[in-house]
Design a protein around this ligand. Sequence first.
Ligand code: ADP
Ligand code: MG
Length: 289
Amino acid sequence: MTTLERLQTALSGLGLTGIEARLEVLLERASKQESAYGDFLLEVVSAEVEARRQRYLKTRLQLAHLPYIKTFEQFDFSFQPSIDERQIRELRTLRFVHEASNVILLGPPGVGKTHLAVALAEAGIQAGQAAYFMTAHDLVTDLGRAYREGRLDRRLRIYLAPKVLVIDEMGYLPLDEMGATIFFQLVSARYERGSIILTSNKSYGEWGSIFGDPIIATAILDRLLHHSTTVNIRGESYRLKERRKAGLLPAWEGEEGRALSVAPASTPPKTRQKAALGSVPAGATESGL
Ligand code: ADP
Ligand code: MG
């Protein structure tokens, strides 16, 4: 057995697979650069540290259950001028995660709400914070089943554990009374303990109709918005733009985003708003908050 082979066997036996994978490169480089012993050892140890970090991130990413991986670098902010880039830069510092504050992304379909939610969750994972992604519908279905089987408290804990919980597509489907109550419990339990990143195609004024009851909608919004950042996206669907570019749509058929726009164009994005929600009657506009 050569020295290299013996080393590989030993490293593999010790479970130091990160070093094992890079051993030949490390040895070659050290002999070419005539590295000092200390520098060489540092490189060897760093190879294992980095490999473990990558493994850990991969596991965390898999556990997060993200629908796809999208990053901020892949987001074309010039396509969506209604987004305040400063606000996004602030969110990217992940201060909101440390403060257990929430992020609410509002806008019509295709404007990048899920993309930005995923990018924030992914950034959190890179920074060592566990994240979990669910659609609002799947979340409420899952917790509803747990409630009927008498194990709601235990099941809730799964959604309380990660520092970041993404709840996607709130409002596409209305919730029944039990769904609304369960959602209220979840939001209350995470309040000031862990961040929620929520996406919705409905403005706050329309939340009464999601929950079927303006009183519970107000109670949920009260907790959700107390420490929160709202990113209001008004614009055209990116999917539509891509379809049009591919020649699949005539140029005039591009009003989906604007027609479904959720907020009046005059409403500025609100940062860290303290919501003073006396009540949110169904049909109230966001500017009334
Ligand atoms: P929604 O607002 O409905 O959640 P998504 O975030 O799913 O929309 O966006 C739809 C698709 O378009 C995704 O593949 C997303 O990556 C892409 N997309 C949306 N907005 C942008 C953008 N500004 N730059 C790059 N890709 C975008
Ligand atoms: Mg989406």
